[in-house]
Design a binder for this molecule. Structure first.
Ligand SMILES: [Zn+2]
Length: 316
């Protein structure tokens, strides 16, 4: 699932290959090839939380006139192809194509892709309201704290996913950070001290930074390369399985304003301890627990059912 670390890794892959080069074409599924952008140059690749921004314009030192904005959503992927080579994903899934001499970057199944005038970015309804990027060079955590108090999401789970507080955290890191900080996902944000809120976001930043290398995301032992099937998470996707720390059976449910799937340990993240107490995970987590993410049947058994339908305005 693409989260902030995914977008930063994509940007790192594009960084040496696109800036400074002339576009042979830019294609959006709903617009086709954008003729006015052919011959324009790529200025900059800028990851921002779960958003990727590509600045485009006349060659530097001119300022970029346009920005390509892409949000991968749950299923989006970027792939680089040599020009003329077969694509690794069906052409019918393509949403964006960035073509430069000899190569093409294709984004498939993105939730959102649009071209904006650069001057309009500051007014963009989503991008302009994002909180500090946790993978930015030096995110202002005092700003994150102020936003957390101002926004007042209902629960700790909702707090971490609120991109207007800080951007980059997705559902995997939300679950793992709450476990590692000993915070129950339903803890009201008002019950969390400033220090606990800052600790949650510091933990999220360090976990995501540790996953900026190659390979699969691993929050169990960040930085350790993992193969398919290896344990990678403390609680994410493990409803009904024993806690890797205390062996109590993990709980599952849907939490926060977006009703996203959530897993936790009632012993390590007790409700009574509203403010949470950080855990010191063992240097080598016990490997006795199941190594596989449970299938849909097991997740249903753990209480993570289908997402509730949004209510229509005016209905009780
Ligand atoms: Zn536990």
């Amino acid at each position: 699932m693409p989260e902030g670390d995914t977008i930063h890794k994509i940007a790192r892959a594009m960084q040496p290959r696109l800036p400074g080069r002339a576009l042979e074409g830019l294609w959006l599924r709903d617009r086709g090839w954008l003729a006015r952008l052919a011959g324009q140059h790529v200025h900059e690749i800028a990851p921002l939380g779960k958003h990727l921004l590509v600045a485009i314009g006349a060659p530097a030192p001119a300022r970029p006139g346009w920005v390509l904005h892409v949000h991968l959503g749950m299923h989006g992927r970027w792939h680089r192809h040599e020009r003329g080579a077969a694509w690794s994903r069906p052409a019918s899934q393509a949403v964006v194509r960035i073509a430069v001499a000899g190569e093409e970057w294709v984004c498939s199944r993105a939730a959102r892709a649009e071209i904006l005038r650069a001057v309009d970015l500051a007014l963009h309804p989503t991008v302009s309201r994002l909180g500090p990027d946790l993978l930015g060079e030096a995110p202002r955590l005092e700003d994150v704290l102020a936003r957390a108090r101002r926004r007042e999401p209902r629960s700790a789970a909702g707090l971490l996913l609120d991109q207007r507080v800080a951007c980059g955290i997705g559902n995997v890191y939300k679950n793992e950070v709450l476990f590692l900080e000993g915070v129950h996902p339903r803890t009201p944000v008002a019950a969390l001290s400033d220090a606990r809120i800052l600790a949650l976001f510091r933990r999220a930043r360090s976990l995501m930074q540790a996953n900026l290398g190659g390979g699969r995301r691993n929050t169990l032992e960040p930085g350790r390369p993992v193969r398919r099937g290896d344990p990678r998470f403390w609680v994410y996707g493990r409803g009904g399985l024993p806690c890797r720390r205390c062996a109590v059976r993990l709980r599952g449910g849907r939490e926060g304003d977006a009703a996203r799937a959530t897993w936790w340990c009632e012993a390590c993240q007790p409700r009574a301890r509203e403010g949470g107490v950080p855990l010191s995970p063992p240097a080598r987590p016990p490997g006795s627990a199941s190594r596989r993410r449970p299938g849909p049947r097991r997740r249903r058994a753990a209480g993570v059912g289908p997402r509730p339908r949004p209510r229509l305005p005016g209905t009780p």
